[in-house]
Design a protein around this ligand. Structure first.
Ligand SMILES: O=C(CO)[C@@H](O)[C@H](O)COP(=O)(O)O
Ligand SMILES: [Fe+2]
Length: 221
């Protein structure tokens, strides 16, 4: 099962609602929303008011990727705004277990994000408590960067652990996903694929999305 989550970071912000509806009609499974605070990452993007504005205009689950310091201070606001998935960076959480419990107490799917250099050992004691793991395949902060291939063995290692421990955890990947890079991730066990520039920077977004999805499905046949 391949789920595509277009990242609106690469969309045209002057017509965001239309941009979301376009990828929904094109067959997207989730809408990925990148929240950046200018501290955890060197960029500033959007907050809960954008999630709230998009909630009524799409049926798709809203996948909120928090690239912020002190995420606990904002999780409730994002949940109330309509987030269906919230992921927090391991590197930004001092009390990760508490943060995950907070997300789950708000009936939102809870995920942890690992930067390209962060080892999977950092989450091995929280695996029973989370719904998904998001592997960054670029350094967080910007769209349109090159896929970092050395993350793939890390994904394979986590997939093996999930299988061995019989856990119910989905794996998401974010950064540089294209029709060329999706295959190795799908093979490694990823089911949720964020794609920003590879969809929104194309003239025909529907075609781009379907080509990425087909390339992922092809390796699973
Ligand atoms: O979280 C991030 C970047 O920090 C992403 O969600 C990007 O928006 C992905 O963009 P592409 O690499 O697909 O262009
Ligand atoms: Fe993201």
């Amino acid at each position: 099962m391949i789920k595509i989550a277009p990242s609106i970071l690469s969309a045209d912000f002057a017509k965001l609602g239309q941009e979301v509806k376009e990828v929904e009609a094109a067959g997207a499974e989730l809408i990925h929303i990148d929240v950046m605070d200018g501290h955890f990452v060197p960029n500033i993007t959007m907050g809960p008011i954008v999630v709230e504005a998009l909630r009524p205009i799409t049926q798709l689950p809203l996948d909120v990727h928090l690239m912020i310091e002190n995420p606990d201070n904002y999780i409730e606001q994002f949940a109330k705004a309509g987030a269906d998935y919230i992921s927090v960076h391991v590197e930004a959480c001092r009390h990760l277990h508490r943060t995950i419990q907070l997300i789950k107490s708000l009936n939102v799917k809870a995920g942890v994000v690992l930067n390209p250099h962060t080892p999977i050992e950092s989450i091995q004691h929280i695996l029973e408590d989370i719904d998904f793991v998001l592997f960054m395949t670029v350094n967080p902060g910007f769209g349109g960067q090159k896929f970092i291939t050395s993350v793939v063995p890390k994904i394979e290692a986590l997939s093996a652990i999930i299988k061995e421990r019989g856990l119910n955890i989905e794996i998401e990947v974010d950064g540089g996903i294209t029709a060329q890079t999706i295959g190795e991730c799908a093979k490694a066990g990823v089911t949720m694929f964020v794609a920003g520039s590879a969809i929104y920077n194309k003239e025909d977004r529907a075609k781009a999305l379907q080509e990425i999805k087909a390339a992922g499905e092809a390796v699973l046949q």
